[in-house]
Design a protein around this ligand. Structure first.
Ligand code: FAD
Ligand code: UDP
Length: 370
């Protein structure tokens, strides 16, 4: 008899398994339909001995000391500041847009003051910023929007930026300084021995049993458990009864090249050419030294593994119906990017899982007190 059946061994499921087992002495069985733990953050050594991220580049960054400290219990870190180049008009320019990007694109010599003026002159005033088009055009104007954002977003989502919530493109800032880092969070690190090793350490507890290649629907009747934590797609849990929630997918093309370095930086984005959005060279992320190098191309598509919830009003409406049902489903908690239909980064999922644990622990403390 287990206290919990946890569906999904990504960040959401693994954090909760670890907390429940180690802090509340609960007996946990965690299953995943994939043949490995780690969810989309899974990494592994490929046939050439290069550490790769099977489901595309994962860079850890957080503003939260609590989240960083928690994960530090399971891995040493390697300091890593992520940088991205965008390939436009035959140039490789730093992205997000900063002063250097604009200067090199237009042959200008702006400084922090004049670059703020440059953006202000081009930004279109928009009373209520609702869409991703609004978000960018109201900051940097239409021309830079068209060069860097419009076509990339169409490729990535199969939708025009005007059809997506402002939050999507707002993930990427525009800067009136020379900072060419992708993120500015206080904590920017990669797990020194990879994400999978970190997950192995989290789940290495006598109270945790791991079942892989195991869809919960196939095993639920054979496993006795009191409560479930579900981290898969919420619409699947309820047999799509309110219709399918769109999740955008990706096809990954992994390649190994017989050179030490393939490209000029960790990630090159291709907003306006090719069917793929970006190319990642993993050695930049992992710090590995090797005579060869492995890269991955990302081709967005619809019907494959669910990776991205699609933030737009009509989908939020469908999600609300599933959420209402989830709220009245006894003994099941819905946690994570797919189960709560939120475009969350890894640290946000860890934060959500820790908050869920606090609720469970709080409830238990309250009922023990009663
Ligand atoms: P998942 O990792 O998706 O785990 C859910 C698990 O549930 C899966 O392993 C799935 O197989 C399993 N499952 C589903 N249904 C069932 C079932 N019926 N039975 C059994 N198992 C089931 N975040 C960052 O912070 N930085 C980044 O650089 C970054 N890059 C990303 C790049 C890409 C291409 C993608 C797709 C995401 C990226 N993310 C990044 C986001 C990050 O992957 C997620 O925030 C995080 O992995 C979500 O964890 P999760 O546990 O909610 O979901
Ligand atoms: N984006 C863009 N051009 C780029 C990079 C990003 O238009 O060169 C937009 C696009 O809509 C993308 C969103 O900004 O989906 C968020 O980008 P991010 O790099 O955070 O996406 P993720 O790493 O989650 O795929």
């Amino acid at each position: 008899m287990f206290d919990y059946l946890i569906v999904g061994a990504g960040f959401a499921g693994s954090v909760l398994a670890e907390r429940l087992a180690s802090q509340l002495n609960k007996k946990v069985v965690i299953c995943d339909r994939r043949p490995h733990i780690g969810g989309n953050a899974y990494d592994r050594y490929d046939d050439h001995g290069l550490l790769i991220h099977q489901y595309g580049p994962h860079i850890f960054h957080t503003a939260s000391k609590r989240i960083f400290d928690y994960l530090s219990g399971f891995t040493p870190w390697r300091a890593y500041q992520h940088r991205v180049l965008a390939c436009v008009n035959g140039l490789l320019l730093p992205f997000p847009i900063n002063i250097t990007t604009v200067n090199r694109l237009y042959g200008l010599s702006l400084d922090p003051d004049t670059s703020a003026e440059f953006f202000a002159q081009r930004a279109e005033p928009i009373a209520q910023v609702r869409t991703s088009e609004d978000a960018v055009v109201s900051k940097v104007g239409r021309e830079l929007y068209e060069v860097f954002f419009r076509n990339y977003t169409r490729k990535q989502w199969g939708l025009d930026p005007s059809e997506l919530d402002a939050a999507v493109a707002s993930r990427v800032p525009a800067r009136t300084n020379y900072d060419d880092r992708y993120f500015t969070d206080d904590y920017q690190f990669m797990p020194r021995h990879g994400f999978t090793r970190m997950f192995e350490n989290m789940l290495d507890h006598r109270n945790i049993k791991i079942l892989l290649n195991a869809d919960y629907r196939e095993i639920a009747s054979d496993v006795r458990y009191a409560s479930m934590i579900y981290t898969g797609p919420i619409d699947e849990f309820f047999d799509l009864r309110f219709g399918k929630l769109p999740y955008r997918s990706l096809r990954f093309r992994h390649e190994t090249h017989d050179v030490e370095q393939f490209q000029a930086g960790p990630v090159v984005n291709f907003p306006n050419e090719h069917d793929y959005t970006r190319v990642t060279e993993f050695k930049w992320l992992t710090g590995q030294t090797h005579a060869k190098t492995s890269i991955v191309y990302e081709y967005p598509c619809d019907d494959d593994d669910p990776y991205y919830p699609v933030p737009r009003p009509e989908n939020a409406e469908i999600y609300r119906k599933y959420k209402a049902l989830a709220d009245v489903t006894p003994n099941v908690r819905f946690v994570g990017r797919l189960a709560t239909y939120r475009y969350y980064n890894m640290d946000q999922v860890v934060g959500q899982a820790l908050a869920t644990f606090d609720q469970i622990a709080g409830k238990r403390a309250a009922s023990e007190h009663d």
